[in-house]
Design a protein around this ligand. Structure first.
Ligand code: 13P
Ligand code: SF4
Length: 350
């Protein structure tokens, strides 16, 4: 009986690997797949043995996004998903540190693993809890809205969090004529342009998105007439103005999914986003200005294996910080409607 069930599990694993292989071969030469296949196979076995669920952000490379993740999405979807992980014994977060911290806030009793603790974020690093306390002292009574791209310590000093997908809705929900909006100055100006609320901002920037320029957008438009340009709100306001749609990674995914065959779309965001969408929607031609997030790229299959074998490193948040940070994220989840998870990678069928 036991033997049969092990055989069945192996069969399911083989079928899954074949599906992953069929998908990923389109994005890499055969020899590269042959190198990665044993690593993916090992991770699928380890996560099953140890009952680990894998959450992966849209900026993860295809072999992680399609090869091993159970749930994928933008920061908002992943924050929501991390709340419902009761059946897993541990969570492995393939993304950056602040995202894994959010998962830990909702799963304080479970190990939350990240394959590289150095996978940070320039926005999260731009501000500290002490900076927020100083702003609150300078503007007493003004509510603090903090982008989730921030440390738990900074979230703990905030009234409510937001993501790129719901920043405007969160600001407007506060019914205040003034808010402190941290730490992304460009996301703050994106919100400010759409509301009467006075926005007091911080000068944090994303090292990936600040690289893009309007010259690039114009050059693409000249080359591809009819091109649709999608930009992340972490881009410079001029780049946002030059785009047809400004939105979170999930909003960009949804836009691409709805395009007719032959449509040409430029994604002004991190490189792997285009790679993942190109595999899911081969009917759309993706024009790919590429700026790579050095933090997201710290997560590799090799490090994931070590992490699953040792159950290290794990995210830790002091209890008192965690309690207040969780409250700020919960407030955001309460005021914004649930979003569907963008895509379900093949590994989820194991
Ligand atoms: P999203 O919430 O849109 O996925 O963005 C996260 C991020 O880090 C963008 O740089
Ligand atoms: Fe942070 Fe920018 Fe990387 Fe997103 S892309 S994780 S905002 S550095």
């Amino acid at each position: 009986m036991l033997r049969l069930s092990i055989n069945r599990r192996l069969n399911v694993m083989m079928e899954t690997l074949e599906k992953i292989e069929a998908q990923l071969q389109k994005s890499m030469p055969r020899f590269e797949w042959e190198l990665r296949k044993p690593l993916i196979e090992k991770i699928l076995k380890l996560k099953k043995e140890k009952n680990v669920v894998v959450l992966a952000h849209n900026y993860q490379v295809p072999e992680i996004f399609y090869g091993i993740a159970d749930v994928t999405g933008d920061s908002l979807a992943l924050a929501r998903e991390s709340v419902h992980r009761q059946h897993a014994d541990a969570i492995l977060f393939c993304g950056v540190h602040f995202m894994a911290e959010t998962a830990k806030l909702f799963n304080p009793e479970k190990p939350v693993l990240i394959a590289d603790m150095q996978a940070g974020c320039s926005l999260a690093e731009s501000i500290t809890g002490a900076d927020v306390r100083a702003l609150k002292a300078k503007y007493p009574g003004v509510p603090v809205v903090t982008y989730v791209n921030s440390s738990a310590e900074v979230k703990a000093e905030s009234d409510i969090c937001c993501t790129s997908g719901n920043a405007l809705a969160v600001v407007q929900s506060l019914k205040s004529d003034k808010v402190i909006f941290l730490p992304d100055g460009f996301l703050a100006s994106y919100v400010a342009r759409q509301t009467e609320v006075e926005i007091i901002s911080w000068e944090g920037t994303c090292v990936v998105h600040e690289e893009f320029t309007t010259d690039q957008v114009e050059a693409y438009r000249a080359q591809y007439p009819g091109l649709k340009v999608l930009a992340h709100p972490e881009c410079h306001p001029d780049v946002q103005s030059a785009a047809d749609l400004v939105g979170s990674t999930a909003q960009m995914s949804n836009f691409v999914a709805e395009q007719p065959a032959g449509a040409q779309v430029a994604l002004i965001t991190e490189c792997s986003m285009s790679d993942n969408l190109a595999l899911a929607h081969p009917h759309v031609e993706l024009v790919r200005p590429c700026s790579m997030c050095p933090h997201m790229k710290k997560i590799t299959l090799e490090k994931i294996i070590t992490c699953l074998e040792t159950f290290q490193p794990q995210i830790e948040i002091p209890q008192e910080v965690a309690y207040r940070a969780k409250r700020a994220v919960e407030r955001m989840l309460e005021i914004t409607a649930p979003k569907k998870v963008v895509s379900l990678p093949l590994a989820a069928t194991v």
